[in-house]
Structure formats: C-alpha cells, structure tokens
Write a protein that binds this ligand. Structure first.
Ligand SMILES: [Zn+2]
Length: 59
C-alpha cells in the first residue's frame, strides 16, 4: 500500500481507495488510473449487453 500525500494539507493518506483526504476532506486529485474494479466490470458487462442487443437487432 503506497502512501499518498494530500495536496491540500500535506498529510499522508494510507487508504488506497480513498478519493477524499481523511484529514481535510478535499479531493486527492488522484491520477486517472484509479477506477474501482467493480465499476470497470460493470461497464464491460453493460457494453457487452448493448453490443449483443445491437447484434440481435441488426441481423
Ligand atoms: Zn488533506
């Protein structure tokens, strides 16, 4: 687990999944790589569903 230094209050936040600083409540401005895995899976499933529906309608 990597520590992340809050850009607002300069305190280390050790919660990997935190989007808000535990101390000052400001957004941590994390780089875009941070997408929860469950959210990613959900998006993929929805995309597959839409694609399969399109496939059925276009046949
Ligand atoms: Zn902070």
């Amino acid at each position: 687990m990597a520590e992340y230094i809050c850009p607002h209050c300069k305190k280390p936040v050790c919660d990997d999944d935190a989007l808000l600083c535990l101390f000052c409540g400001e957004s941590l401005n994390r780089p875009g790589k941070h997408i929860p895995r469950s959210r990613l899976l959900f998006i993929i499933i929805v995309l597959l569903l839409v694609l399969s529906l399109l496939f059925i309608f276009l046949r």
